[in-house]
Design a protein around this ligand. Structure first.
Ligand SMILES: [Zn+2]
Ligand SMILES: [Zn+2]
Length: 171
């Protein structure tokens, strides 16, 4: 048996064997590099996968089967897109009463005339009902503080719309 082996173990065979071993080692190293790089790009724990990839062949196959499905860049992009859509939805809201689509700076619903925003008494910009100060000119709004012109007139308008009797009682 060993004689047969010695006969087969020619210098050509030795060279071929060395070439094959070197190729396998290169492949092995490259597979580890690929796993680490891919795991990093996918936002996975790449150091864990580096250890897994040290197991020849099996490690790489395991990684191929279990790797996270999405690249991290894609994931970031998708999150950004969702955030952008939410912003657009915020910009174009809808009337709480009738559901008619209204824009951010609408003061009245064009469909059912419900008051959507207050007007700043100073700069006459549309303000959210919950705001206590105008973000454009820093004038305090509502909450007992004096509110002249635009704000008060639009408020009276709303009152007369919803319940004219209570409005006359108050004033
Ligand atoms: Zn409406
Ligand atoms: Zn203002």
């Amino acid at each position: 048996m060993s004689e047969l082996f010695a006969q087969l173990w020619t210098p050509q065979m030795q060279t071929a064997f060395t070439v094959v071993v070197v190729l396998l080692v290169i492949l092995y190293v490259l597979s580890i590099v690929w796993v680490v790089r891919d795991a990093y790009l996918r936002g996975a724990a790449w150091y864990v996968w580096a250890i897994v990839a040290l197991v020849p062949i099996v490690g790489v196959i395991a990684y191929c089967l279990l790797r996270p499905p999405m690249l991290r860049i894609d994931k970031d992009e998708q999150e950004l897109e969702v955030a952008l859509k939410q912003r657009q939805l915020m910009k174009y809201g809808e009337c709480a009463t009738c559901g008619y689509p209204v824009e951010m700076d609408y003061v009245l619903c064009p469909n059912c005339h419900t008051q959507l925003k207050n007007l700043c008494s100073h700069c006459e910009k549309a303000l959210e009902p919950a705001w206590t100060v105008c973000p454009y000119c820093a004038t305090p709004v509502g909450g007992g503080s004096k509110s002249r012109s635009g704000s008060s007139s639009s408020r009276t308008r709303r009152r007369s719309h919803s319940s004219s009797s209570t409005a006359s009682h108050e004033s």
